[in-house]
Ligand binder design. Structure first.
Ligand code: CA
Length: 224
């Protein structure tokens, strides 16, 4: 799951990025409104966190213009104390939730989790494909009741595949949701990570059907 943080205060922006990355989110940061707008318009982010007071283009304008461009990702706005009337305007303009600064990281995380909640058929904490389970809160992955240790990136990739189980995902789609802009990713990198995941979740379970499938010329999918 990929998040864009638009925040001009570098200290806040970098602590949000660090904290969210620890929770296995993929995070990019923009420090002004125009850059934030350009990045968000690409439509690759699953969630946007916008500060209201921004140089270039303010947060409210961003919300309005992104919604007008049919960018439907959930938006969490950050407001300073005393800007409470802005939060109402923000929600009316199409934001989904707001937080008043200063806020605790736990509070932010709770909002982020609530906004990114999966469809009701899937419980928000655990995603399952056959006998493979992934817990988004504890980061535990199990197959056939055996705990599987994954690297951070392998976990993010597996989560992305499992959230879209049954659907074919192209390498480009995988790259744009699993890696941030700073990462130097080649199409080949996706293959390397898919291979690493297979070695951990499919190959050790020879008596079971492999879950990660290659669809030649299109990409990958995970399904029973
Ligand atoms: Ca600001």
């Amino acid at each position: 799951m990929r998040i864009l943080v638009v925040e001009d205060e570098h200290r806040i922006a970098s602590s949000l990025k660090k904290g969210l990355e620890q929770e296995h989110y993929v995070v990019d940061v923009a420090y002004d409104g125009q850059t934030g707008f350009d990045m968000a318009s690409e439509g690759v982010f699953d969630l946007l966190i916008l500060d209201l007071m921004l140089p270039g283009k303010d947060g409210l304008t961003l919300v309005k213009e992104l919604r007008a461009q049919s960018i439907h990702s959930p938006i969490l706005i950050l407001t300073a104390k005393g800007q409470t009337q802005d939060k109402v305007i923000g929600l009316n303009a199409g934001a989904d939730d707001y937080l008043v600064k200063p806020f605790s990281f736990e509070e932010l995380l709770a909002r982020v989790r609530a906004l990114s909640r999966r469809p009701p058929t899937v419980s928000p904490e655990t995603i399952t494909v056959s006998n493979l389970t992934l817990n988004q809160k504890t980061f535990e992955v199990r197959r056939d009741d055996q705990v599987i240790n994954l690297s951070k990136k392998e976990f993010t990739l597996l989560l992305f595949l499992m959230e879209h189980q049954g659907k074919i995902l192209s390498k480009d789609q995988i790259i744009s949701h699993v890696w941030d802009y700073d990462a130097d990713v080649l199409l080949n990198t996706v293959e390397v990570y898919i291979r690493a995941l297979r070695r951990k979740i499919d190959l050790p379970f020879k008596q079971l059907i492999p879950l990660i499938k290659t669809v030649r010329g299109f990409g990958y999918k995970i399904e029973e």
